[in-house]
Ligand binder design. Structure first.
Ligand SMILES: *Cc1c(COP(=O)(O)O)cnc(C)c1O
Length: 377
């Protein structure tokens, strides 16, 4: 059979004409008309007080760490089962990631284990919505309120998903999205920060503009623009924003198509789960997801690796993740565990991500499931 890539970024067809428009406007740096369209779309969809495009989700998380005033030794609670940037953004400020185990169903931070990881140094909780499926946000927000902590949502994978009707990224004090090529809505490299608590809005703009009050100056709120705070260059250029705008316009259709493929996998794999051969993802009531990924969980590391090899021989490219941060060289150096990492260790060695992209056909899914069935027998 023809080989099936793990991912193939989807193009809506309008990306190049919007880039040509940006080119014709001769406004190529940040915050031009395409960035403004993206901001308005993000604001309207999420209900966030302010939405700001950044050059990556990593950048948005770094902005969040500055806004949270993370100082050396301050602790930030997060899962170990996540991408590097969740932790690295805080380590750059001298913060200490405190890793908490994940739930065996959603693979999101186990909210029942957060409180025992809180100390007098804890400043923030960073829930990561794995696979675009929401963390138990009501419980997390309640813990944060009682302990006076900030909640920064790593919603890198969560655009278009909701928790009890509320968009992911818009529930915590701050939220971060990714538009990396591997995410549902893409700009190649790109991201956004959602400022949900308006206390942070003015400073967020300044941090994003190299620590200057340039945004206020352009709005005529101040008569000169100058260096007023720490910051960095976190904007996206207009070429990227133009590309991203083409994707945002199609976000609903992209999500529908991904959900159809996801559901096809889910139905086709049900008999193998019933036979005890593998486990499928679990979507709790109240969570509407965005089909960011389809994964299966095997019985052991050996079986998982055997299946990766088998599928690869048949031209199907699959990947696993994550190497848990608590067991990575930098995670051991800069972070610490806030309790047992039992589920994290188990899940990371047994999970396999299957191909999922917009232009995939149901026939591709049938072939992949057919190969898995033959391997099982
Ligand atoms: C993709 C991802 C990031 C990083 O996003 P970039 O836009 O590449 O910086 C951070 N956290 C999680 C959970 C991710 O999946």
């Amino acid at each position: 059979m023809d080989s099936i890539p793990f991912n193939k970024p989807y193009m809506t067809g309008r990306e190049l004409s919007y880039i040509a428009q940006a080119h014709a406007h001769r406004h190529l740096s940040g915050d031009g008309i395409f960035t403004k369209k993206c901001h308005a779309w993000l604001g309207a969809r999420s209900g966030a007080h302010m939405a700001l495009l950044t050059h990556s989700c990593t950048a948005a998380l770094e902005m969040a760490a500055i806004l949270a005033e993370i100082k050396p030794g301050d602790e930030v609670i997060m899962p170990s089962y996540t991408f590097v940037s969740t932790a690295n953004a805080f380590v750059l400020r001298g913060g200490v990631p405190v890793f908490v185990d994940i739930r065996p169903d959603t693979l999101n931070i186990d909210e029942t284990m957060i409180e025992e990881a809180i100390t007098s140094r804890t400043k923030a909780i960073v829930p990561v919505h794995y696979a675009g499926v929401a963390c138990e946000m009501d419980v997390i927000m309640d813990i944060a309120k009682r302990h006076n902590l900030l909640v920064i949502e790593d919603a890198a994978q969560g655009i278009m998903s909701t928790y009890k009707g509320r968009p992911l990224g818009a529930i915590g004090h701050l939220g971060a999205y990714s538009f990396h090529e591997t995410k549902n809505i893409t700009a190649g490299e790109g991201g956004a920060m959602l400022v949900n608590d308006e206390r942070f809005a003015e400073r967020a703009e300044i941090i994003r503009e190299k620590g200057t009050n340039r945004s206020q100056f352009f709005r005529g709120q101040v008569d000169k623009y100058t260096w007023v705070d720490i910051g960095s260059s976190y904007l996206t250029g207009e070429v990227i924003a133009a590309f991203l705008w083409a994707q945002m316009e199609e976000a609903e259709a992209i999500t529908e198509k991904r959900l159809a493929i996801w559901k096809h996998y889910h139905d086709a794999l049900a008999p193998l789960e019933a036979a005890g051969m593998l486990r499928r993802p679990i979507i709790p009531d109240g969570c509407r997801h965005n089909a960011h990924m389809y994964y299966i969980r095997l019985e052991s590391l050996e079986k998982r690796n055997e299946l990766i090899d088998r599928l690869s021989e048949r031209g199907v490219n699959t990947v696993f993740h994550y190497v848990p941060l608590h067991s990575s060289p930098a995670g051991r150096k800069y972070g610490k565990c806030g309790g047992s990492m039992h589920v994290t260790d188990q899940v990371s060695s047994c999970l396999l991500r299957l191909p999922l992209f917009v232009e995939m056909h149901k026939g591709d899914v049938d072939k992949i499931v057919g190969e898995i069935e033959r391997w099982v027998r």
